[in-house]
Structures are given as structure tokens and as C-alpha cells.
Design a protein around this ligand. Structure first.
Ligand code: 5U1
Length: 674
């Protein structure tokens, strides 16, 4: 070990600054400006410098996050300012009452509130002395918590040093795990044959209470600040919203979902808005929190027992509940995919009673080691199909029974097979299978395909079960008399349906092709094929090589198209549809419809997140008019991903693949030709 030179000392300072800035960009702003490999290189350079010259190491160095020695137990920490809990509200009336109490208590006509999302994580307190992070503690009982400093040092969104002159500052907030990190963690647990976590909250709790900080360091925890405890040697801002801005300026992560509003109406608007956003947020929330904004007013309202009078949590319906798995059935999808479905003891979750939940596929069933009779956690988030999120093995009864995947389709008796490399088992019955036939008809009739208004699932059930309709071509033979005899079909609705069937005859090649329900041929691919070939016969007769020439068509899609049109019965249905009067405008192959120049000409673009200035459909239309193809998924062939607010997994994928990402402003600039 040698004494460090001035250049080495300066380099260590620079590396620390750069690494913390990159941490902040990545973990707080979610805008990385450096590749992971590059970060690792800088980190190892600093580690090597500090190892060779220990006098260069500082307690707030990024190298000090990684995890020190395991503890025997956690020490107790008495909070200088108690960590309060919040009263709960569930109804609009509860909120009116809360607002009335605040108005009356303050003797004002209207109150200003600061609203924010309520994280479903674990409350913690972080103590900074003279700008250095010195202690982190769990909430515990609100008065005494556990010292988890070592573990919290590993959470990269928590700053180890802050630019504040406060002799002491306690920052309060919540540790949680982002949904995408939770999914990755559970996939890793499964690959290692280790136990799966029930939800991000449990995973966070388990991770934070590890005695060995190296284990916590392996868990992707994050942090959001929502308040402070003790503050010494610095001035407290005048309001909660100003405090949040101050914490953000000190580089603490704070939720973007916060707003200052007035009166109960403002609170309820915020509640509904965040409720609608809830399923698309990157983390779990269980409600929103309202706080009287001005600290002077908070102080005059004070506390009742251990909860503040000036704040309240407005809870959302729970997204998870436990119930019993009564049985497992299988459902057959449009392409024959067999989905195991859980039959559950009915349970109220996510605001409705749930008695069925998807189990996805056989592999998922095995992964969860699910048995009939098990107590399970059911999750229903927003409008997403309910799913069995976890099994509570401790409650497994002795007579719990294994589910055996059927070998024959329950709808048509055809063999069920699972192709190598595919997670999904499929019924081989094709259109012989009534379940597949029903789905195929609904797919053909949907708005994005030929658009037959009024052809819903109840009607399709009757048409297929009554042997009236076998293929989409049969729809064009239906008359008012045949339809009017069906359940829930009066003469008027039958007449309307016949009219809308008639109307659907005039369509586009892309919509017709999409409507045929060929595996892997979604709307965007159908548009590509129509644009490239111009005529249906050209598509039906194209060989694999010709199909591969189409933008975004790969071997899987090409193979699927060939297989579909090689089946005589599929060609027959197409001919019957044409004979029945279904038509569209055809054009010469590869006619160029959009401009051939400009930033988006010939480019494949994916839209993700919410754009503030236009709807997704408007953006799509504008892009297509400029010659772009708008695709639904990100691949190596994608030229641009346009990312609005709350962009999710598509943005992650773009970053992973190194695809160019445009934010809304950059997108608008290109649209305007700047
Ligand atoms: N977002 C948020 N969660 N939460 C929890 N703010 C917030 N504030 C709290 C608690 C217990 O307490 C303060 C009002 C004291």
C-alpha cells in the first residue's frame, strides 16, 4: 500500500461524484445516461483506488453501499419524533367529513390540501447529520423501530450525502420494490428453486429485515420520501408541497403523483384520477394521502391519539385477497391455446366478487406448485383479468390434490398437444372445435377487423351451439327470420344485426386479413402485408422468402401465414367470404402510400406511455401519414420508441436493445420538421 498522490485523490473525488450522479439519473430520475458496463468500470476503478489507498475512502462513497458484515440482531432506535400512522377513509362521505372537520377546526371557508399517492411499502426514517446519512430505522411501533442502516445503505436511490447544512434532518418515507423488479426477483427465485414472494410489499419487508446486508444488496429496493421528522439547524418550508419540492431538490426520490388542491371536490378528483392510473403505475399503491398543506394550519389542527387530524389516507379497494382453490378447469382460446382457470370460493377483491382467475399455463401451475384445496392469494388490479398471485403453503390441507392437464379438448375431444419450446398446450381441433370457432367469429367481427356491431359472445354461443354458423362466411347467409328466433333477439335487433353484417362486406384488405385470425398476424402485421402485396391472392400464394421481404415479418409469422393458407379449408372460407360479397380495394404491390422522405418515412415506431398533447390514435395517424409503420411491440427492427409519461416495459425493452427513444418534445420537434 502506498500513499496516494494528489492526482489519485482528485480522481477518487471525481469518480464518487460521477457514480452518485449516475445513480441519481438511473434510480431517481429513471433516465440513465451511461451503459451498465460503463458504470461497472468506473465503480471498479474507484474500488481499486480505495483498496490501494484506504485513506481515500469516505463513508458516503458508492463503494460503501455494497454491504458490510452480517449482524447478530438489529439494535433498537427510539424515534426523536414519533412516526405516526394515518386514519383511513373509504367513502366520499368520509372525505366530506374530513374536509368539514379541517374547515371547522381552522375556521376557514376552504382548505388547501397537498395530495399524493400512498405507497404500499414499509415506512422508514433516515437520519442525516451535517449532510451525511448516519442512521436508518424501520417504523416499528411508531416510537421504537429497528436500526437497518446497513441495509438502507444498499438502496441506491437513498442518498448517502445531501447538500444540506442541517445539523440533523430526519427524512421519512417508504421503501418498496418496483413491480418490474419484483417480477425479475421472483423469476430469479424460481430459477434457483427458491420460494416465491407473494407481492412486492412482502418482498420488500423480507429484504429490509435481512441480517446480512449483502443479501439486501441483491434485492432491488427503492425509496420514496413523503415527509420529515426532526429538523435541526435548517428552516422548515412553509407547506408540505414546498417541503416535497425541497426534498426533491436534495435529490430524494419523491412521487410524481402529487398535487395541491382545494376543498373536498379537489380531493375526490385526485382520488379518481390516481385510481385510474393505479394499474399502470410502476409500483403498488393502496390509496392516496391528503394533508392540510400549510404547516401552521397542520399545527393548529394537531393530533387525536396517535394520528394527525390534518391528514388522512383514502384507501383504494384491496387488490389482493385470500381464498380457497376449489378446482381447475381449462379454457380453449381462439388459436386453441389451453388456459387453466382457477375456480375459487368467491371473494371480494379489487372492488368486485371474483370466482375465476387465470392460471396462465401449465408451466406456471408447476412453478407455483398449486394444488386443489390450497389457500391462495388472488390479485385483481384494475381491469386486468384476476390471477392467482401466490399459494399459502402453510395452509395446505392434507387432502390437497394435484391437477392433471387433460389430454383431450373438453370442447371437441381433439388431442391436446404441447409443442417443444412452447409454454402453452393447444387443442388440435382447429375450427372443428366449437370453442375455437366461437372465438374466431368474435375475432372476425370485432371493430378492429370487419366490424359487425351487435355480434357479441352470447349470440355467437347460440349461433355455434345451434349449428347455425360454422365459419365467418356463414354470417353472410343469416337472415332476419333465423336471427329473430334466437334468445334475446327481437325483430328490431335482428334487422339491425343483418344491416351491420351487410355493412361489414365493405372493408379493407388489412382489416380482412387481421380478421382471419392467423396466428402471429396482428393489426400492424396485417397492414404491412396489405401494403406490401396489395392483393389478397398475392399474400395467399407468397412463399416464405417473399413473405420475409415484408417489413417486420420474421420466420415465425411467415411460417404461420404459409401454414394457414396451405390448409384447403381456410382457402375455402376465404373464397366463400368473397363469394358472399366481402370486398376491399386492391392495389398494385408495394405501392408507396406515405412520403418517401422525412424523419419517419419507412421507419418502424412504437408508442408507449401517455402523450400530453395528443391521443395515441392521433399520434399513430400522424406517424402513418409521414410514412411510418406503428408497431405494438419493440424489437431490434424498431427505429424509434416514443415515450410519453409513465412509459413502462416497452421503454425498458428499447433501452435494453439500444433502440432510439424520443420524448414528447423531441417527437413534436420531428413532426414539425425542426
Ligand atoms: N404518501 C404518504 N404516506 N404517508 C404515510 N404520506 C404519508 N404521511 C404519513 C404517513 C404515515 O404521515 C404523516 C402525515 C405524518
Amino acid at each position: 500500500m502506498s500513499v496516494s498522490t494528489a492526482a489519485e485523490a482528485a480522481r477518487a473525488v471525481q469518480l464518487r461524484r460521477d457514480l452518485e450522479q449516475h445513480n441519481y439519473n438511473y434510480y431517481v430520475l429513471d433516465q440513465p445516461t451511461i451503459a451498465d458496463g460503463e458504470w461497472d468500470k468506473l465503480f471498479h476503478e474507484l474500488l481499486a483506488l480505495e483498496t490501494a489507498h484506504p485513506e481515500l475512502a469516505t463513508p458516503d462513497s458508492p463503494t460503501q453501499r455494497v454491504g458490510s458484515k452480517p449482524l447478530e440482531s438489529f439494535a433498537s432506535v427510539t424515534h426523536r419524533v414519533p412516526m405516526l400512522s394515518l386514519g383511513n377513509a373509504f367513502t366520499d362521505e368520509d372525505i366530506d367529513n374530513f374536509d368539514r372537520r379541517c374547515r371547522e377546526g381552522l375556521d376557514v371557508a376552504e382548505v388547501e390540501y397537498s395530495c399524493e399517492a400512498k405507497f404500499d411499502g414499509l415506512a422508514i426514517s433516515l437520519t442525516y447529520e451535517n449532510g451525511q446519512f448516519v442512521q436508518g430505522a424501520t417504523r416499528g411501533d411508531g416510537t421504537v423501530g429497528e436500526d437497518v442502516t446497513q441495509n438502507l445503505r444498499t438502496v441506491r436511490s437513498i442518498p448517502l450525502a445531501i447538500d444540506s447544512k442541517a445539523a440533523r434532518l430526519e427524512v421519512r418515507g417508504e421503501v418498496l420494490m418496483l413491480r418490474k423488479d419484483f417480477d425479475k426477483l421472483n423469476a430469479r427465485q424460481a430459477a434457483r428453486g427458491e420460494k416465491l414472494f407473494v407481492n412486492p410489499r412482502n418482498a420488500s419487508a423480507g429484504s429490509l429485515r435481512q441480517l446480512d446486508p449483502k443479501l439486501t444488496a441483491e434485492r432491488p429496493l427503492t425509496f420514496f420520501a413523503y415527509g420529515i421528522g426532526a429538523i435541526e439547524g435548517a428552516e422548515l418550508p412553509v407547506s408540505h408541497s414546498a417541503l416535497m419540492d425541497w426534498l426533491a431538490a436534495l435529490r430524494f426520490p419523491v412521487a410524481l403523483q402529487r398535487r395541491v388542491v382545494r376543498g373536498a371536490a379537489g380531493l375526490l378528483d385526485f382520488y379518481r384520477e390516481i385510481g385510474a392510473l393505479r394499474p399502470s403505475l410502476p409500483f403498488d399503491i393502496d390509496g392516496v394521502v391528503y394533508k392540510v398543506n400549510r404547516f401552521s394550519q397542520q399545527q393548529s389542527l394537531g393530533f387525536v391519539s396517535r394520528a394527525p387530524r390534518f391528514a388522512i389516507a383514502h384507501k383504494f379497494p384491496a387488490e389482493e385477497a385470500t381464498t380457497v382453490l376449489l378446482g381447475i378447469d381449462v379454457q380453449v382460446g381462439r388459436t386453441g391455446a389451453i388456459t387453466p382457470v382457477a375456480r375459487l370460493q368467491p371473494v371480494f377483491v379489487g372492488g368486485t366478487t371474483v370466482s375465476n382467475a387465470t392460471l396462465h399455463n401449465e408451466d406456471e401451475l408447476k412453478r407455483k406448485d398449486l394444488k386443489i384445496g390450497d389457500t391462495v392469494v388472488v390479485r385483481r388490479a384494475g381491469d386486468v383479468i384476476p390471477e392467482v398471485a401466490a399459494v399459502i403453503y402453510a395452509k395446505r390441507p392434507a387432502d390437497a390434490s394435484e391437477f392433471v392437464m387433460p389430454t383431450a379438448c373438453p370442447e371437441c375431444g381433439s388431442a391436446i398437444i404441447k409443442l417443444e419450446g412452447e409454454a402453452v398446450a393447444r387443442c388440435t381441433g382447429g375450427l372443428i372445435c366449437p370453442a375455437q370457432r366461437k372465438q374466431a367469429l368474435l375475432h372476425y367481427a370485432q371493430r378492429r377487423a370487419v366490424d359487425i356491431e351487435g355480434l357479441g359472445d352470447k349470440l355467437v354461443d347460440q349461433l355455434v351451439d345451434g349449428d347455425i354458423v360454422h365459419t365467418p362466411a356463414d354470417l353472410y347467409k343469416l337472415g332476419v327470420a333465423a336471427l329473430a328466433g334466437l334468445e334475446r333477439m327481437a325483430e328490431k335487433s335482428a334487422t339491425n344485426l343483418v344491416a351491420s353484417i351487410e355493412q361489414s362486406k365493405s372493408t379493407t384488405l388489412a382489416k380482412f386479413l387481421f380478421g382471419l385470425g392467423i396466428r402471429h398476424v396482428g393489426e400492424a402485421t396485417a397492414k404491412d402485408l396489405a401494403k406490401h402485396f396489395g392483393k389478397l391472392d398475392a399474400i395467399m400464394d407468397a412463399n416464405i422468402g417473399q413473405l420475409l421481404e415484408v417489413n417486420d415479418v420474421g420466420p415465425v409469422v411467415a411460417e404461420s401465414l404459409r401454414k394457414f393458407f396451405d390448409q384447403p379449408h381456410n382457402r375455402e372460407v376465404v373464397e366463400q367470404l368473397r363469394a358472399g360479397g366481402v370486398h376491399w380495394k386492391e392495389h398494385e404491390p408495394a405501392a408507396v402510400t406515405g412520403p418517401s422522405e422525412g424523419p419517419f418515412a419507412g421507419k418502424t415506431v412504437v408508442l408507449t406511455g401517455t402523450l400530453s398533447g395528443m391521443s395515441r390514435d392521433e399520434a399513430k395517424e400522424k406517424l402513418e401519414a409521414l410514412g411510418a409503420k406503428v408497431s405494438g411491440s419493440v424489437s431490434k427492427k424498431t427505429d424509434y420508441v416514443i415515450a410519453g409519461e409513465e412509459a413502462g416495459s416497452k421503454l425498458d425493452k428499447a433501452r435494453e436493445l439500444g433502440v432510439a427513444v424520443l420524448d414528447e418534445q423531441q417527437f413534436l420537434a420531428l413532426l414539425q420538421g425542426d
